[in-house]
Design a protein around this ligand. Structure first.
Ligand code: PLP
Length: 372
């Protein structure tokens, strides 16, 4: 009989909650938890929030930094860019829309090469020019790992260049957390964005971590929560759930996922060597594969996989499921008629080799059917 169990290969969009997260959140769900209240219920909520804050900072080697809880990676990225008033932002062409769509901010976009790696010479040149113009408020914002291709940017080198010009460095590490090691002190970052729901935690909580000497202003008017950096009652239930996920965090490269991905990519290339696997020659997240099937649009592939109970995505599925040509692939110089054939497979800790085998079978059948 045909195996029809559902397969979830879209872990860069969001992940299953870890079992410990479910247990933790179920246990707290009925409690009134406002950390700003002064009574015992409030104090209990405050303890939960502060413990998780401390745990995240410790795990990511950032104990001397400040962590502000927000509601999403999107909000944290907005806080980093909009909260630094008067800064000129130097970013890359392949960032998430929560960086790129801050259109009213003064921004310069650095190009990437065919592998999606930021052009370091161009970055140096732009910073040099700005610095010589007397611009003292410079912020470089480059993501640690790309959500569509998994490419890992050379953040240490980027920090080194930025520091020559006294620029601050922010990194969107939403996709990196839980998949590769994340050591904030070692990377030398000034600000960093992370989000719970990409690593087995709940949707609705994320954080911006930043150096205490960074002068950041709140972008939301309201109360004095989060030491005046982010008005609004903290989502204690989600924060507690994230804490459970962080307790489980191994904070190292996930070798199991890399092995599964290796099996998948090797098998697909054996079906046809015409397949393009984006950025396969450079450092990538271990779970992500951006695959271009010859002559079949990503949309057609997504529908066929969905009919076969396999969830994948085309390009970035972050916002609406709307299918447009990926700005990331375009920036890498991939022509539109090829880029439209891209799908993104993003594996997670619950996936198995059997599931990869089923994926390959469906991929192979579709390829043969539409390439007769
Ligand atoms: N940054 C990157 C690289 C992402 O992939 C995403 C979401 O996919 C975000 C930011 C936004 O995170 P959130 O969904 O928590 O708003």
């Amino acid at each position: 009989m045909k195996n029809t169990a559902k397969i979830y290969f879209d872990n860069n969009a969001t992940t299953y909650l870890q079992p410990e997260v479910v247990v933790c959140m179920r246990g707290l769900m009925k409690e009134p938890l406002n950390p700003s209240s002064l009574h015992s219920f409030g104090r209990r909520a405050r303890n939960i929030v502060e413990e998780v804050r401390k745990k995240i900072l410790e795990k990511l080697n950032a104990s001397n930094m400040r962590l502000v809880f927000t509601a999403s990676g999107t909000e944290s990225n907005n806080l980093a860019l909009k909260g630094l008033s008067g800064y000129k932002i130097i970013t890359s062409n392949i960032e998430h829309p929560s960086i790129l769509n801050n259109s009213h901010i003064d921004m310069v976009h650095i190009s990437v090469d065919k592998n999606g790696l930021v052009n370091l010479e161009e970055l140096d040149k732009v910073l040099h020019n700005e610095f010589n113009l007397g611009n003292e408020k410079l912020l470089v914002s480059v993501m640690l790992a790309n959500n569509e291709t998994g490419v890992i940017e050379p953040l240490k080198e980027i920090v080194k260049i930025a520091k020559k010009y006294k620029a601050l460095v922010h990194s969107d590490a939403v996709q990196a957390l839980g998949k590769i090691q994340l050591d904030i002190l070692d990377l030398g970052l000034d600000l960093i964005t992370i989000s719970a729901h990409k690593m087995g935690g709940p949707v609705g909580v994320a954080a911006l971590i930043f150096n205490k000497n960074v002068k950041l202003e709140s972008i939301i008017e309201g109360g004095a929560q989060e030491k005046n950096y982010r008005a609004g009652t903290e989502n204690v239930l989600a924060i507690a759930g994230w804490g459970a996920a962080i307790t489980n965090l191994k904070n190292e490269k996930n070798i199991f996922l890399e092995k599964l991905r290796g099996e998948l990519e090797t098998a697909i290339l054996q079906i046809t060597s015409q397949t393009i696997i984006c950025a396969s020659q450079v450092l990538r997240l271990p779970n992500t594969s951006c695959i271009l099937m010859p002559n079949v649009s990503g949309e057609t592939q997504l529908i066929d996989f969905d009919l076969n109970n396999i969830a994948i995505s085309t390009g970035s599925a972050c916002s609406s499921g709307k299918i447009t040509t990926s700005h990331v692939l375009k920036s890498m110089g991939i022509e539109e008629n090829l880029a439209k054939n891209a799908i993104r497979v993003s594996l997670g800790v619950n996936n198995t080799l059997d599931e990869v085998v089923r994926f390959i079978e469906v991929w192979g059948n579709l390829y043969k059917r539409l390439n007769k």
